[in-house]
Design a protein around this ligand. Structure first.
Ligand SMILES: Cc1cc2nc3c(=O)[nH]c(=O)nc-3n(C[C@H](O)[C@H](O)[C@H](O)COP(=O)(O)OP(=O)(O)OC[C@H]3O[C@@H](n4cnc5c(N)ncnc54)[C@H](O)[C@@H]3O)c2cc1C
Length: 316
């Protein structure tokens, strides 16, 4: 039997439970606001499976899992609710209240904090679908351990790709770095890889095809200078060729800039009461600390916005 969806009011709906969204939830919850965080993947986002974070103040070294679990616990201790199971179907942000329709409910929110982050760019070959998670991977921290003493290829030439390659040499018997031009990674990171005897750098090359019988077993690599194609036996291919901001939900509502949401350091978007925080916001530096800072700013300004909406005279 068809049932109308229940309407539920929230002071703040946060889209995405990465470090930015959870920090916003912690701050908003602490202001006694009703807070819902909607997550459609893994709580923790990009950092969920990272093993050794060494640049988050207050910790010499912490795993993503531990850091995120702590922030989630802090947010929940102030009443924020994190829902990982109710996918958002559509949003209307210019209305009052703002509407977030999920599979189960229609949420009416005074403010919305968009903390949807970004994902890795997929390998642009038709075989990607055949071999995804059967040899083709995007997260070295999640899947690298499956390749102990195996041959691994890494595709990409930026810092993230070389960090991944350096990390994967822990497991690999042999590691190829395949990149279509010269490396863009910083010198220290490049040197670390170049000096590793397990690593072979194949620059000015392109992966043209993947082969295997249900699982990846080899890749065809084109040498762009000579036009030769070399077949490399590899067990795993880790693709690290850029990122895609998670903004598909907002294309009708907000003007985007290179896929990201424009907002200043105050995280305010072009729509009053809608904030963009963390890696989804158009900005230069994307780190855990900057994402957490955005979450802080947005939550405090959301509180101020709500106070004004209700006729208060917030001065803070
Ligand atoms: C492997 C790796 C290692 C890193 N190491 C470090 C490090 O050591 N130090 C550091 O400072 N930074 C590091 N970074 C960068 C750091 O992880 C990011 O800057 C930070 O996690 C961004 O947080 P975020 O909350 O903005 O976004 P994300 O972590 O991307 O989280 C966004 C969340 O929103 C969810 N989401 C997306 N769309 C929707 C939707 N429609 N509905 C509901 N939920 C949605 C996603 O599933 C995700 O959980 C690393 C990144 C990677 C990939």
């Amino acid at each position: 039997m068809w049932m109308a969806k229940e309407h539920i009011h929230k002071d703040v709906v946060i889209i995405g439970a990465g470090i930015a969204g959870l920090t916003a939830a912690l701050y908003a919850g602490r202001m006694n606001l009703s807070v819902l965080v909607l997550e459609n993947g893994i709580v923790g986002g990009q950092i969920a499976n990272a093993t050794g974070i060494e640049n988050y103040p207050g910790f010499l070294r912490v795993s993503g899992r531990e850091l995120i679990a702590t922030v989630q616990q802090q947010a929940e201790s102030f009443g924020a609710v994190v829902d990982e199971f109710d996918a958002i179907e559509c949003v209307a942000l210019g209305t009052a209240p703002k509407i977030i329709e999920t599979a189960e409910y229609i949420y009416e929110a005074d403010t919305v904090i968009i903390a949807s982050g970004m994902n890795r760019r997929k390998l642009p070959l038709p075989e990607e679908r055949t071999y995804a998670n059967r040899g083709v991977h995007y997260c070295e921290l999640c899947d690298g351990h499956m390749y102990q003493d195996k041959v691994i290829a890494v595709m990409g030439g930026g810092n993230a790709a070389l960090d991944a390659a350096n990390f994967l040499t822990k497991y690999a018997r042999k590691l190829y770095l395949v990149h279509r031009s010269q490396l863009r990674a910083d010198e220290v990171t490049q040197e670390r890889l170049r000096s590793n005897p397990k690593a072979e750098l194949l620059l000015e090359t392109e992966i043209k095809a993947l082969h295997g019988d249900g699982r990846l077993s080899s890749i065809d690599v084109l040498d762009k200078a000579s036009g030769e194609i070399r077949s490399l036996d590899v067990d795993g291919l880790f693709v690290n060729i850029g990122v895609v901001p998670n903004t598909a939900l907002f294309t009708e509502e907000l003007t985007l800039s290179e896929g990201r949401i424009p907002a200043g350091e105050d995280c305010r978007t072009e729509i009053a009461g809608v904030f963009a925080v963390g890696d989804v916001r158009a900005k230069e530096i994307r780190q855990l600390t900057t994402a957490a800072a955005d979450g802080t700013t947005a939550a405090l300004l959301a509180g101020k916005y709500i106070d004004q909406l209700r006729g208060g005279n917030a001065k803070w």
